[in-house]
Write a protein that binds this ligand. Structure first.
Ligand code: NAI
Length: 509
């Protein structure tokens, strides 16, 4: 099998094929482009010429290297013209039958050494390779859109793929200036699998009417540090893409509740509220710009604050919150139980406000909970019981906003917003590690680069504390009875032993 790629064939020269051609040409590889639609491959080369001109104007690429890259591109009119390629990658329509037929045709044309690769994002590499005479030469080489900017490529070996082919593609990814990660041929591979936690938990929180879409997005942006909230991200991607992707992963994992999609996105898809492309989704748009976006909750004006009593099992966090409240001007009670006037501020992990109130024996009308998972610097989430008094809510909101931090009040919810989303994200990454779909370090690299999370989920889990995340999941699972929240054995074992979530067991034998 070819171990060095000097001539690459690309079949399908749409958005993805053209992006792959750009990377390969910049890496000095000769690229032959083929598309079954007349003129499409030449149009792709014209588009790349315009791209390179722009890059030269912006001083991102020198004129000489742009010209060199363009000289590596050629258009071919027939598949047979790919016969001397060391590798052919397809980026055609996402249809199993069409892809299988293409590879059958290609196998009759190319040499025995030629590697065949698919850019599929949702089909099984094993299924695509099933009818080949030499399935060992075929692998997934999965790019993300836009190809030059998304710096990760998943390299997927099917059940029969030769490991040497996977190694060659990992080296090729590096030549492209990207990070190659090795993934098993499983639904969604790494990135589209790991991403299910964020999207489906965001919808579940909305389904439970814990908060409005803009509040959920704000908490996850400002408090947890995600670049976009899950609902605004749906609007960007388009529910015509995201909802079927959620359903497909759910079906492929035989309806494991971890991946359960939502009736909300299905109904919005049916009603053509797809997001930016239809000017309406979770938000409204005009020419791609958000319009009429609801403002964050206003800070109430409160003249007299009640005394605060803090309930928190973690003594360091208890001390931190007490000193924060004092620094903001509150009087904080020191007793083991609250006075009859006190606002009871509890810091539960995994519990909802009612169960926390029962646990601490506080009056639910005077109880609010504060999410202490993400630190309390930039943004603070307050949770009410169903009977929390408005004066108590306003007092807590006004006090916690005094230093300019954002404050969002939510309704009663197991695990607030950040806790349940972060626990779901880390838990799913742990499942992916447990199944050896990828190594822990590759999972973190793929998610950071492919989903733009501020940290890889496993290192993030280590920073937040595996024991704490396990406790959150156990409480949510107990309170809801929903197996969606069952803790991953990978997380449970490492949390119990006090070792890193990146820790891999030794091989047997
Ligand atoms: P596209 O629609 O922009 O381009 C597909 C091109 O393939 C078209 O020019 C079409 O004429 C050509 N084509 C279709 N069937 C063909 C055939 N049998 N032989 C030769 N050419 C054929 O699609 P896009 O977005 O570039 O996606 C292509 C593939 O890449 C799909 O399999 C998709 O799942 C995968 N992918 C797409 C991503 C995206 O964000 N668009 C991300 C990752 C993977």
């Amino acid at each position: 099998m070819s171990s060095v790629i000097n001539r690459l064939g690309i079949v399908g020269t749409g958005v993805m094929g053209a992006g792959i051609a750009q990377l390969a040409a910049q890496a000095g590889i000769n690229v032959a482009l083929f598309d079954r639609r007349d003129g499409a491959a030449s149009a792709a080369v014209d588009g790349l010429r315009a791209t390179f001109n722009k890059l030269v104007t912006k001083d991102k690429v020198s004129k000489a290297s742009a010209e060199a890259a363009l000289s590596h591109l050629s258009v071919v009119d027939t598949l047979s013209a790919l016969s001397d390629c060391d590798m052919v990658i397809e980026a055609i329509v996402e249809d199993l039958g069409v892809k299988k037929a293409l590879f059958a045709d290609l196998e009759a044309i190319v040499s025995k050494q030629c590697i065949l690769a698919t850019n599929t994002s949702s089909l099984s590499v094993t299924a695509i390779a099933a009818n080949l005479n030499h399935p060992e030469r075929m692998a997934g080489f999965h790019f993300f859109n836009p190809v030059p900017l998304m710096k990760v490529i998943e390299v997927i070996g099917g059940i029969s793929t030769d490991e040497a082919v996977v190694d060659t593609l990992l080296t090729l990814a590096e030549r492209f200036g990207h990070t190659g990660v090795r993934a098993q041929d499983t639904p969604g591979f790494i990135v589209n699998h790991a991403g299910r936690a964020y999207s489906t938990e965001g919808l579940k929180i909305l389904e439970e009417r814990v908060a409005e879409p803009h509040d959920i997005d704000r908490i996850l942006r400002e408090e947890a540090g995600f670049r976009m909230g899950p609902l605004e991200l749906f609007d960007l991607t388009g529910l015509d893409v995201s909802h079927p992707a959620m359903e497909s992963i759910f079906t492929q994992f035989y309806h494991d509740p971890r991946y359960r999609p939502s009736y909300i996105s299905r109904q919005m898809l049916q009603g053509k509220r797809l997001g930016r492309k239809t000017n309406i989704g979770f938000y409204r748009y005009n020419n791609g710009q958000k319009i009429d976006a609801p403002a964050p909750q206003p800070v109430p004006t409160v003249s007299d604050l009640p005394p605060f009593w803090v309930g928190c099992a973690d003594s360091a966090l208890h001390a931190h919150v007490s000193s924060l409240l004092k620094s903001l001007g509150a009087s904080v009670e020191q007793g083991d139980s609250p006075s009859a006037q006190a606002l009871c501020l509890l810091l539960p992990f995994g519990d909802d406000a009612v169960s926390a109130s029962v646990h601490y024996g506080t009056d639910p009308e005077r109880t609010l909970c504060l999410d202490g998972l993400m630190g309390l610097q930039r943004h603070r989430t307050l949770m009410m019981t169903p009977v929390t008094r408005e004066d108590m809510r306003d007092a807590a909101h006004a006090l916690l906003a005094r230093d300019g931090a954002g404050v969002t009040v939510i309704r009663d919810s197991v695990g607030f917003v950040s806790q349940r989303v972060l626990a779901a994200v880390v838990n799913l990454a742990c499942d992916i590690a447990q199944r050896e779909i990828a190594s822990p370090t590759d999972i973190d690299k793929a998610v950071r680069l492919g989903l733009n999370y501020p940290q890889g989920p496993l290192e993030w889990g280590d920073a937040l504390g595996p024991k704490r995340l396990l406790c959150i999941l156990e409480r949510i699972y107990t309170l809801t009875g929903d197996p969606r929240y069952r803790p991953s054995p990978w997380l449970r074992r490492r949390a119990t032993l006090g070792v890193s979530l990146l820790h891999t067991s030794p091989r047997i034998g």
